[in-house]
Design a protein around this ligand. Structure first.
Ligand code: ADP
Ligand code: MG
Length: 315
């Protein structure tokens, strides 16, 4: 019989040299040595809510950590340590192998050590918390100013389109469906870009609930409005081939699970941020401007296009 201690030992205890970890997995609490102010984020993924119940375990392992690394990126922090609270309906070796592979592949890539957690039996749910070194000058949702340019990394709407595909009758889809699905399965946290934005970005947020909803948080907390240039929204080739521009834009504005960064900065900083993004291996698009008020408005060819609001809410 595999008990919880065997699960911890077999799947989650890894020898890893990390000078910042005094005590790792195996005691009542982990002890770490931060080098200054720390940033802390936590996120829970619940089966049936955040991923389909039969979803592949490697992706669940990846996403559970990725969403936290994305939060670190949004505050320009350097992720260092993670904890994992895992609730499992049963012990399934193959599932645990794949889950741990997805989690550790990402953890290793970003030099993050798993330092503790909790293991219980129950409906499948995964909670990861990440701690990291805070930025020198943390970009905050409240620091946007009228006149700031609004940027977004990567492309938007891919995951939402993939989820629609996964939830519907298949076969009628053609084109690069697998690429879209992998955008949902393996979101790439923009950690290097986030670090490069330390001292450049005024406001920042990671796009998890859809651009309108998340940019809305920046606007609300900064006391600003926003003017969006709809033609500048970054739409992937795969999304653009599959849908009309209008439909692709709707995914980009309202879909969730993008895990891209949306941030604002002085209009003179555009080139600096494009160079930083190129170094970080990700594209960025200038999609509009913060305004003194008036909510989020969309424009095409200088004409206002009414935007229906949205974004995912749990309650
Ligand atoms: P306690 O009962 O004192 O909370 P546990 O028996 O739950 O301790 O856990 C034993 C050790 O294993 C602790 O160091 C804990 O942080 C670690 N741990 C438990 N579950 C996990 C997990 N899923 N991943 C990583 N570490 C874990
Ligand atoms: Mg415990």
């Amino acid at each position: 019989m595999t008990d919880e201690f065997e699960i911890i030992r077999r799947w989650f205890t890894r020898r890893r040299s990390d000078a910042g970890v005094r005590v790792g997995i195996g005691d009542d609490a982990a002890i770490v040595v931060p080098s200054g102010p720390i940033a802390i984020a936590v996120d829970t993924l619940v089966s049936g809510t955040h991923f389909p119940a039969d979803f592949d375990a490697r992706s669940i392992g990846h996403r559970a950590l990725a969403v936290n690394l994305s939060d670190m990126a949004a505050v320009s922090a350097r992720p260092r340590w993670a904890t994992l609270s895992l609730t499992l309906p049963a012990v399934d070796d193959g599932w645990l192998d794949a889950f741990a592979a997805g989690l550790f592949e990402l953890a290793d890539r970003f030099d993050v050590s798993l330092i503790g957690g909790d293991t219980t039996r129950g409906p499948l749910s995964v909670t990861v918390s990440v701690t990291g070194d805070a930025a020198r000058q943390t970009p905050l949702r409240s620091r946007g100013r009228p006149g700031d340019r609004i940027f977004v990394s990567g492309t938007l709407g891919d995951s939402a389109a993939a989820l629609e595909y996964l939830g519907g009758p298949d076969s009628e889809w053609t084109g690069d469906v697998q690429w879209l699905i992998d955008r949902f399965r393996f979101p790439e946290p923009r950690v290097a870009l986030g670090l490069a934005l330390d001292g450049i970005a005024h406001a920042s947020i990671d796009v998890s609930d859809g651009l309108l909803a998340d940019l809305g948080h920046i606007c609300e907390q900064s006391g600003c409005g926003a003017r969006l240039d709809l033609d500048s929204l970054p739409i992937s080739a795969a999304l653009g081939q599959k849908f009309t521009r209008e439909r692709a834009e709707s995914f980009a504005l309202r879909g969730g699970d993008d895990y891209e960064l949306c941030f604002t900065l002085d209009s003179g900083e555009g080139d600096r941020v494009r160079n930083a993004a190129a170094d970080a291996g990700v594209s960025v698009a200038d999609i509009g401007e913060l305004t003194a008020g008036g909510g989020i408005r969309g424009y095409r060819d200088g004409r206002e296009i009414p935007l229906a609001p949205s974004g995912f809410r749990h309650f």
